[in-house]
Design a protein around this ligand. Structure first.
Ligand SMILES: C[S@@+](CC[C@H](N)C(=O)[O-])C[C@H]1O[C@@H](n2cnc3c(N)ncnc32)[C@H](O)[C@@H]1O
Length: 319
């Protein structure tokens, strides 16, 4: 068992936006080591139950020794399985839902989990050990074009073709099984001048891309958003912290679409589409970490929070 620590990001903003006054039930769908939940529970003595969901059994078990409170109900599940978790607990809706996407430092810093290029370990990267696909599978089994697509789309890596070629060349000498082995292959594929000029390790983007692919993080986020509003009571808040522009785009588009009312052409005298706003957006612009937080916790640099409130069911009336 490791003893790594995780510093939660944007805690003040989470406390401000994640739940309405007098909330009783809250779901933290990416509980991790419970940093956000701890802050929420401490600030909200009236909260009766906090449902703590994480897809990683190991972190959920370890979190008991880091932070506990009798109001916490831990459930190993994906965020998109929240409706199922609520049914199991006989709860029909919550007052607030939070997801803080990506991985915890606890996972990142454990070499055995294989998330980090700085720590030699097996190429794993699964948040949930039941997931059948590992990073090793992706690196060794995908074709060149598939690798390039993953590195480009999920990592925005400009040397994707060169890196994919280097991986394929190396595969001819045997499987790539270790994080340090892959990091060396990637570093060797990036031109030396770019390696020197870049402020980040040359393997950063590719490791992120492989992690997103292994855990199907974007598909999972889309599946979560599709069910999230159905799990909220009217007036309840949904908050998402994302770290990647693709994630943030999904959240932004989702919130804009659900906040929109009638979409009939303006020339129609009455509304025939019947579309009503389902939510009110609480954060017109995403909330970023202040400079002092970024200085203390560099991981917060790319974090952004978006939050919305579920509307009461609309009455059927004219536009
Ligand atoms: C950035 S950490 C969350 C940290 C947490 N807010 C804290 O303060 O400790 C992300 C956590 O969410 C989990 N996770 C990521 N995506 C998930 C998903 N779609 N469903 C459930 N858990 C997820 C990861 O296993 C990890 O433990």
């Amino acid at each position: 068992m490791n003893h790594f620590h995780h510093t939660p990001v944007l805690v003040e903003a989470v406390i401000r936006y994640a739940l309405p006054e007098n909330a009783r039930l809250f779901a933290d769908c990416t509980f991790g080591l419970g940093g956000h939940s701890k802050a929420i529970l401490e600030q909200n003595p009236q909260l009766e139950t906090l449902i703590a969901i994480d897809r990683d059994r190991q972190i959920l078990d370890h979190s008991c020794s880091v932070y506990d409170d009798k109001r916490i109900q831990r459930i190993q599940a994906r965020a998109s399985e929240l409706p199922l978790a609520l049914r199991q607990l006989h709860i029909d809706g919550v007052d607030g839902i939070l997801v803080d996407l990506g991985v915890s430092s606890y996972q990142l810093e454990d070499p055995e989990r294989g998330f980090s290029f700085t720590r030699p370990g097996p190429l794993d990267m699964r948040m949930d050990k039941e997931n059948p696909t590992t990073a090793e599978d992706i690196v060794n089994n995908l074709e060149r074009n598939e690798l390039i697509k993953i590195f480009r789309e999920y990592g925005e890596e400009k040397f994707s073709p060169r890196i994919a070629d280097a991986i394929i060349r190396s595969r001819q000498n045997g499987r790539i099984t270790r994080t340090d082995q892959l990091a060396t292959i990637i570093a060797g594929a990036v031109p030396a001048a770019c390696r020197r000029e870049s402020s980040i390790h040359p393997a950063t983007r590719v490791f992120q891309a492989i992690r997103i692919a292994v855990n199907q993080e974007l598909e999972e986020l889309a599946a979560f958003l599709a069910v999230a509003l159905g799990c909220l009571r009217p007036g309840g808040h949904l908050s998402v912290i994302s770290f990647h522009s693709l994630e943030d785009r999904l959240v932004k588009n989702f919130m804009q679409e659900r906040a929109r009312g009638c979409v009939c052409p303006p020339r129609f005298p009455v509304c025939v589409c019947g579309k009503k706003p389902e939510i009110e957006i609480l954060t017109r612009k995403p909330i970023f970490a202040e400079d002092n937080e970024v200085a203390d916790n560099p991981r917060s640099r790319s974090a952004r929070l978006r939050s919305c409130r579920k509307c009461a069911p609309a009455r059927a009336d004219k536009r």
